[in-house]
Design a protein around this ligand. Sequence first.
Ligand code: SAM
Ligand code: DTB
Ligand code: SF4
Length: 333
Amino acid sequence: MNTVIDPLEPAASVPNAGAGAGTWSREAVLDVLDLPFADLLYRAQTVHRQHFDANAVQLSQLLSIKTGGCAEDCGYCPQAARYHAGVEATPLMPLAEVVAAASAARDAGATRFCMGAAWRSPKDRDIDQVTEMVRAVADLGLETCVTLGMLREGQAERLRDAGLDFYNHNLDTAPEFYGEVITTRDYQDRLDTLERVRAAGLHVCCGGILGMGESRAQRAGLLAQLAALDPQPESVPINNLVRVEGTPLADAEPLDPLEFVRTVAAARIVMPRSRVRLSAGREQMSDEMQTLCLLAGANSVFYGEQLLTTPNPRAQRDRDLFARLGLHIDAGH
Ligand code: SAM
Ligand code: DTB
Ligand code: SF4
């Protein structure tokens, strides 16, 4: 069962992570985060090369299929209705528009298409429509991912039966910091949905956001929690907070870029077989910072000029960077 890890619990009582990854207490993750930078990157690169082609990057493209008007109060999110962040709320996108966006993504080189909806949790009739989208996107030969909020019993199975490959549901931060950012649901709600997704046989995409005012120990807490998911998530998106005017976190102190890189490296070390995705916040990063993240073990990015509601680097900028680094595109997970 997915549970909240007590920071004071000894490592031995943390459930064994899947895929032979071992057991990581929060203290052990913090020790990794505290390493001298060169030692940390050396360890991360060593682990990365044991499990992946270090010269390959995987590309996922996002599409917001239902934008804004969300009832939740996530302090980072421009789609929460209560924050008036200038996001226009739209109903669920028609199937034909989704298919057009997915084929354009495929033509531009993406291999996975991730559809996001600003829901607390989908209704069964929403699932009816999303399953149609999943079928159509899978028919284009793309891997499929959706992020729809909390799922009820039976909904993950319906998505799986439509051909869904991945479900994204982030733990976002350490358990004890969660309540500072979100009050309309709790950590156990997230863990429960992750368990339903896994039980349905779907691949899990689960990560977090850095730069929300959390401490390094709390970043260790998030990573320990992710690494304890059994089996570990196949995809781990690491987002750098996009500070959006109108949201409670608009004025959060930006995280030291090297601290972000450290956290990516630690994610690679504690989840050796997972795709670590350099996610939101790339538009604000220099090419050099992104390169350090890729050297630290990140091997996936969100691709295309839009995340859900905020900008992402243009595809050409990414292609230029990959060419400068001699990186090739990796299909599959
Ligand atoms: N509503 C669903 C949910 O919250 O699970 C799915 C969509 S939600 C927008 C998906 C994820 O986007 C969140 O879990 C969070 O990690 C990320 N996110 C949202 N706003 C962000 C921001 N301003 N900066 C970085 N990541 C953000
Ligand atoms: C994830 O971890 N990051 C993506 C995806 N999963 C759904 C979303 C990032 C959203 C950034 C803010 C926005 O564009 O609205
Ligand atoms: Fe809603 Fe998801 Fe944004 Fe939270 S992160 S406000 S649940 S869309």
